[in-house]
Write a protein that binds this ligand. Structure first.
Ligand SMILES: Nc1ncnc2c1ncn2[C@@H]1O[C@H](COP(=O)(O)OP(=O)(O)O)[C@@H](O)[C@H]1O
Ligand SMILES: [Mg+2]
Length: 254
């Protein structure tokens, strides 16, 4: 079997219902992420995208169906599956260095080794010299770089990202998108699959190998669109515009 076809994350008929409200949010969602793939999930606001990502992360349990990591069912958070948050989720009372070290809290490394790794990660994201600053001294883009450095500190294989660039200006978002693609394509970096939730259709077409289009809640898979072509993609090409149009039209269908 070719490495590219090794399955990373598989959703099998995942459904979810909030018990308190008896509200069905997710209705039998299935899709698969293979090694090397970038998958985006798009759908209307409130359709259950963040809930779905939390299920994949093992933070909440589906009401029915299951999620597999390789061949193993996910029943709790796993160090090899990391989360990047829209609002960065940094702890303001810790320095940037210590925020990155949180990503290593379950590691058996010595504190010295953790410090070394955290510094290396900050350096890789252009934040050398900011180790002892607090997050509030940083711009949004720099904060998200700290957030990403923390997420990849434990050498995860899968990166789950919930609207990671939506609170950033476009130039900063673009540079971070390139960083994520670099991580995915660089064989020396552990990350080898990304699942991103976004409401930005252009961003999904720019980055993804597959786009999972969800319906309004209870969310179902409307269509899974495969995007051809290597990255970086030419956003001004006809092909790019055609993908964007197609996704908008699937979103608009009843
Ligand atoms: N604890 C909860 N109890 C009941 N309903 C909830 C709870 N949390 C979220 N919801 C509802 O679930 C739906 C999906 O939420 P979410 O996964 O955040 O959607 P999305 O990320 O697509 O905007 C929303 O309509 C929200 O109101
Ligand atoms: Mg959300």
């Amino acid at each position: 079997m070719r490495a590219e076809h090794m399955k990373m994350i598989t959703l099998e008929k995942v459904s979810f219902l909030f018990k308190n409200s008896n509200l069905e949010i997710i209705d039998s969602i299935s899709f698969q992420t293979n090694k090397g793939e970038f998958i985006s999930v798009v759908g209307p606001s409130g359709c259950g995208k963040s809930t779905l990502l939390r299920i994949i992360a093992g933070l909440i349990t589906p009401t029915s169906g299951r999620v597999l990591f390789g061949n193993k069912e996910i029943t709790e958070p796993n160090r090899k599956i990391a989360f990047v948050f829209q609002d960065f989720a940094l702890l303001p009372w810790l320095t940037n260095q210590d925020n990155v070290k949180i990503g290593l809290s379950r590691s058996e490394m010595s504190d010295e080794a953790k410090d070394k790794k955290a510094s290396e990660l900050l350096d890789r994201f252009g934040l050398s010299g900011f180790e002892e600053y607090y997050p509030n001294a940083l711009s949004g883009g720099m904060k998200q770089r700290v957030g990403i450095a923390r997420s990849i500190a434990s050498d995860p294989q899968v990166l789950l990202m919930d609207e990671p660039f939506s609170s950033l200006d476009e130039l900063t978002a673009n540079s971070l998108r390139s960083d994520i693609i670099y991580m995915l394509e660089n064989k020396n970096i552990s990350v080898n699959a990304v699942i991103m939730v976004t409401h930005n259709v252009e961003e999904a077409v720019e980055l993804s190998d597959k786009i999972v289009v969800l319906s309004d809640k209870p969310s179902r898979v409307k269509e899974i669109i495969k995007v051809n072509g290597t990255r970086p993609r030419d956003k001004r090409s006809k092909q790019f515009a055609d993908y964007v149009d197609r996704i908008y039209s699937v979103l608009a269908q009843d």
